[in-house]
Design a protein around this ligand. Structure first.
Ligand code: NAI
Length: 377
């Protein structure tokens, strides 16, 4: 089968997420890296694209040039990944969707709920594949957890508890460092700091594993380093449409915690626990039974976990291969076989609605508020 052609915007040399996309897209021989506008500095972007093997005429200086260049070609790229800073996601995503390209956008998909709803509408109208990179949801043992919940193996879910808390911005003496400061500055980061950066992964994961949607929430935000305008710590209580009670803690000042993303799901007949620092394992406790460690690659797992596990049992699979799983599902979707787990524009706009609702709730002293985007009420 011929490889699909793939292009990327952002993710230039030294960027945080760019390497995970390049490794992920090319891990399974499904995509060929064909075009890119990789950097906010046009010449640096062109030079890096050439260094990565992209032909001169497809090493673009900016995204508009790439859009113009690609849309007039017979061999245009099949998929465009957007890995630029948040405030640029909306216009680039919209531009490429409207020109008939499939898009994978980094989270958060947009800055506002209105923009998010617009992306949902444009994706529906054009019929193109529109995905958001909630890559944690593509770890095999997260898919296993979702499949177990769906199969009723822990009974009706009562409670989901999740946190994504690290301590990497806990140094008050470093808080004015420009690389750290922008994340808590509303003119650069938007309405929310830590919740929009890390908390939305946890909230998406709760919806993903429970196979349910967040309906309402109550939030408490704190700037524990007082020079920060936006929150560096948040506690969010929520309820899902099916009645599940949700608790979410996210923090960037939890010194001693490293990655810090974990989730526990408690049902009527059992509990599950997954931790991003040990992603090959899912901990399962049946009611009244022994706790079991389930390992990626062992027998008896659900097909959705098995198909996304590609190295032998006990060999670690890390974050770039979770991103690769997103690209596997994207390749299938582009070829017409839609995969149930691929996070799409609906997940993107639900996250934006959760962020804006949490901000409003925190400002209103924790008042419970409807967290659904207006289009899904
Ligand atoms: P970064 O600041 O490390 O890199 C951004 C890259 O985009 C740089 O190479 C920069 O030159 C380039 N760039 C900026 N504006 C551009 C433009 N207009 N056109 C072309 N290139 C442009 O940022 P980082 O941390 O890689 O984040 C990028 C995005 O990825 C953000 O939206 C972030 O939220 C998301 N992200 C997602 C993660 C996940 O787990 N899904 C993890 C880390 C980041």
């Amino acid at each position: 089968m011929a490889k699909l052609k793939w292009g990327m915007i952002g993710g230039g040399e030294g960027s945080q997420i760019g390497p995970a996309h390049r490794l992920g897209a090319q891990a399974d021989g499904l995509f060929e890296f064909t075009a890119g506008a990789l950097d906010h500095r046009p010449e640096a972007g062109r030079a890096y694209a050439r260094q990565l093997g992209i032909a001169d005429d497809r090493a673009y200086g900016d995204w508009q040039e790439m859009l113009e260049g690609e849309k007039s070609r017979d061999d245009r790229v099949d998929l465009v990944t957007i890995a630029t800073p948040n405030a640029t996601h909306f216009e680039i995503t919209k531009g490429f969707l409207e020109a008939g390209f499939n898009v994978l956008c980094e989270k958060p998909m947009t800055m506002t709920v209105e923009e998010g709803e617009e992306i949902v509408r444009v994706a529906e109208k054009t019929g193109k594949v529109m995905a958001v990179n909630y890559a944690y949801s593509a770890y095999p043992m997260v898919r296993q957890a979702r499949a177990m919940v769906r199969a009723g193996e822990i009974g009706k879910v009562r409670l989901v508890v999740t946190n994504f808390s690290h301590g990497h911005h806990g140094d008050a003496g470093d808080a004015d460092n420009p690389r750290v400061r922008w994340r808590y500055d509303p003119t650069m980061a938007g309405v929310s700091g830590q919740f929009a950066d890390c908390g939305i992964h946890a909230m998406h994961m709760a919806s993903f594993i429970c196979d349910d949607e967040v309906e309402k929430l109550s939030a408490d935000f704190a700037s524990t380093i007082s020079s920060r305008e936006l929150e560096d710590d948040a506690m969010v209580n929520f309820r899902m449409a099916g009645g599940t009670v949700g608790r979410l803690w996210t923090s960037s000042v939890a010194i001693g915690r490293q990655h810090g993303f974990e989730i526990q799901v408690f049902g009527e007949t059992g509990g599950l626990k997954w931790h991003a620092e040990q992603p090959n394992q899912l901990i399962y406790t049946p009611l009244g039974g022994r706790t079991q460690i389930m390992e990626k690659g062992e027998g008896g797992l659900f097909e959705d976990a098995t198909r996304l596990s590609r190295v032998a049992i006990a060999h670690p699979e890390g974050f770039p291969l979770a991103v690769a799983n997103i690209y596997c599902d994207l390749a299938d979707a582009i070829r017409g076989e839609t995969r149930d787990g691929l996070p799409g524009a609906n997940a993107g706009v639900r996250s934006m609605a959760a962020v804006h609702t949490a901000v409003a709730s925190a400002r209103a002293g924790g008042e419970w508020m409807d967290a659904r985007p207006p289009m899904f009420r």
